[in-house]
Design a protein around this ligand. Sequence first.
Ligand SMILES: NC(=O)c1ccc[n+]([C@@H]2O[C@H](COP(=O)([O-])OP(=O)(O)OC[C@H]3O[C@@H](n4cnc5c(N)ncnc54)[C@H](OP(=O)(O)O)[C@@H]3O)[C@@H](O)[C@H]2O)c1
Length: 270
Amino acid sequence: MTMKTVLVTGGNRGIGFEICRQLDERGCTVILGSRDLEKGQETTRYLSNKVVVKQLDVTDQESVFNLYNSLLVEFGKLDVLINNAGIGEKKETHENSLLAGIKNTLETNIPGVRQMIKFSTPLLKKSGIAPHLHGAGDTSLTHVKEIMETNFYGPWRMMQTFIPLLQKSRDGRIINISSGMGELKSLTGFYPGYSLSKSSLNALTIMFSNELKNRGVSVNAMCPGWVKTDMGGPNAPLDVSEGADTAVWLATEKEIPTGNFFKERKIINW
Ligand SMILES: NC(=O)c1ccc[n+]([C@@H]2O[C@H](COP(=O)([O-])OP(=O)(O)OC[C@H]3O[C@@H](n4cnc5c(N)ncnc54)[C@H](OP(=O)(O)O)[C@@H]3O)[C@@H](O)[C@H]2O)c1
């Protein structure tokens, strides 16, 4: 049996690293993408010497192209692309981002401006002039765009670039690491930017799966569950080996369908 060549984005820590570790253990040729090459190289002491570490920032088209060119030369094909790199949501509200903007432009010149705004904001809220929502209603759109750039445009950029290499495989697969927080039916204003990025990633999964249906590449999304990582925090119930399981299964299972959203190896609703 020929072993698969698998590229994992954000492979230097968390769920991405664990996906790399499990695939390496199963004999796959793992390409571990790391935004900071040194951080990626530090992980190799826990992996076999077959693992190849490459610099990859999914928000940077040049970095993505460089990796494409180097994999084309070194491997000539790619069997599986796992879009794992992602960022969470800072608890920054619209009010905070307004304050930050005003602070940057004015505070150095006019001492006390920030204090003035800080003290007047609760009064404005009480008066109903500034509604107090803590959700989609008052989140920072600058921050939403930041999240979308990594969690949504990042995978899109990766898919666009790597499809030609995936088509050189006899069984090309794309696995998008999404989240139950993107499930359409349960969307609330809770972590609105992050949730939107994952709903959008799910929509992209459907779009690409239909586009590639007869072109030899399957495209699926999966939710790892709530996992103990830097993003998931220490209270999460799952450890990384459980969080990585479905992605590793989708990468290595003999036959998988296309255009689905998985959790615990089962299809779930969008
Ligand atoms: N943990 C959970 O409970 C949970 C639940 C549902 C879904 N997920 C999803 O699972 C995936 C992995 O999450 P995690 O918990 O393992 O997160 P994590 O521990 O915070 O790790 C995130 C990884 O993504 C990388 N990354 C961030 N921005 C990047 C960029 N622009 N280019 C390349 N790499 C980048 C980070 O690299 P640096 O080290 O350079 O920052 C890091 O390797 C994410 O897509 C997340 O949304 C996680």
